[in-house]
Design a protein around this ligand. Structure first.
Ligand code: KDG
Length: 319
């Protein structure tokens, strides 16, 4: 038995979000959370009962320890984190929007310890203990050495016969779309499962049309076995082994949508490991909907909640 189902890595920042729906400008109290797409996925998987390992590079100070503690609390293995005594940990100020006011994210992450992760400092033998590697475009955007880590991880995962998922996760505050599409396309083609929002498909790769047309065009262009487009409030669509399946999203009373995409990825991968595209979509959408009902990036959903919601049981009172 492999030690881990999934290994992933990337920057996780301290997330500071104003309390009581205040804006960043007016806030006098902040909730202390963590923000990192890959650790969000690792937590989602761990909550579903899978063994996940996440690593990054962090400064060994109270902020770095707080970040790892929040992730470890969900059962994620953080033993591969590269600790350093120098530099600083990234911080993200995240103000939650309330329509029509949009969510505002202010990064304070340039030159962070995580952005200095490099392939030589990673113990890649960790991949030999895993079945699956999950990586995202955010890490590629952080720095040339982080991009090299993603390239190295993909090459090693292929050698070690792991399956690979790649989430495009375009962040406009990190790089321009033209550069992102050019750098990401060859990496996306290496994945077994590709995740993208329909907005990213359109803005980065000019893939347009109905959801069905878009997912077929993406599958043809990137050649991935399973190609997944998330459609915001409309749900998600997958093209897997020549078939297209679409599923509507759940009605949600939204508390915090940041991290919902990562929760979707966690739930979807749970179904992917069962080789069932229909269940993958349902688990992904259930996990994502449940995540939106709680504050913070991290999912607090349980497997039984996800299975129940995926099966259509959404009774509001449980006794
Ligand atoms: O996916 C949610 C993330 O956007 C967030 O929490 C932080 O990984 C993050 C990033 O770099 O934007």
């Amino acid at each position: 038995m492999s030690k881990y189902h999934v290994v992933t890595f990337g920057e996780t920042m301290l997330r500071l979000s104003p309390k009581n729906n205040k804006t960043l400008e007016q806030a006098d109290e902040f909730e202390v959370l963590c923000a990192g797409s890959e650790s969000n996925v690792a937590v989602a998987l761990s909550r579903l009962g899978l063994r996940s390992c996440w690593f990054s590079r962090l400064v060994n100070n109270p902020v770095g320890r707080r970040i790892t503690n929040m992730i470890r609390a969900h059962g994620v293995d953080v033993s591969q984190v590269r600790w350093t005594d120098e530099g600083r940990n990234g911080v993200a100020f995240m103000e939650l929007g309330a329509p029509p006011r949009s969510t505002e994210v202010v990064y304070d992450r340039a030159g962070s310890a995580a952005s200095r992760l490099d392939p030589e400092s990673v113990d890649w033998s960790v991949l030999k203990k895993a079945k699956h590697l999950h990586v995202t475009g955010i890490t590629v955007a952080l720095s040339p050495s982080c991009a090299e880590c993603v390239t190295t991880a993909i090459a090693r995962a292929k050698e070690d016969r792991l399956t690979i998922s790649f989430d495009v996760n375009y962040r406009q505050k990190l790089w321009p779309p033209g550069r992102a599409s050019e750098v990401l396309e060859p990496l996306m083609k290496e994945a077994d499962v590709l995740f993208m929002t329909s907005d990213d498909a359109e803005d980065l790769f000019a893939i347009k049309g109905s959801a069905e047309k878009m997912v077929e065009a993406a599958a043809a262009r990137f050649g991935t076995k399973w190609t997944v487009l998330t459609l915001g409030g409309e749900g998600a669509i997958v093209r897997a082994e020549g078939k297209t399946l679409k599923e509507a999203g759940h009605t949600v009373q939204e508390i915090d949508r940041i991290g919902a995409g990562d929760a979707f990825v966690g739930g979807f991968l749970y179904g992917y490991f069962k080789d069932d595209p229909d269940k993958a979509l349902k688990y992904g959408l259930a996990m994502s909907a449940l995540k939106m009902t709680t504050p913070g990036d991290l999912s607090f959903a349980t497997l039984s909640q996800v299975l129940a919601l995926a099966a259509g049981d959404n009774k509001s009172v449980k006794r």
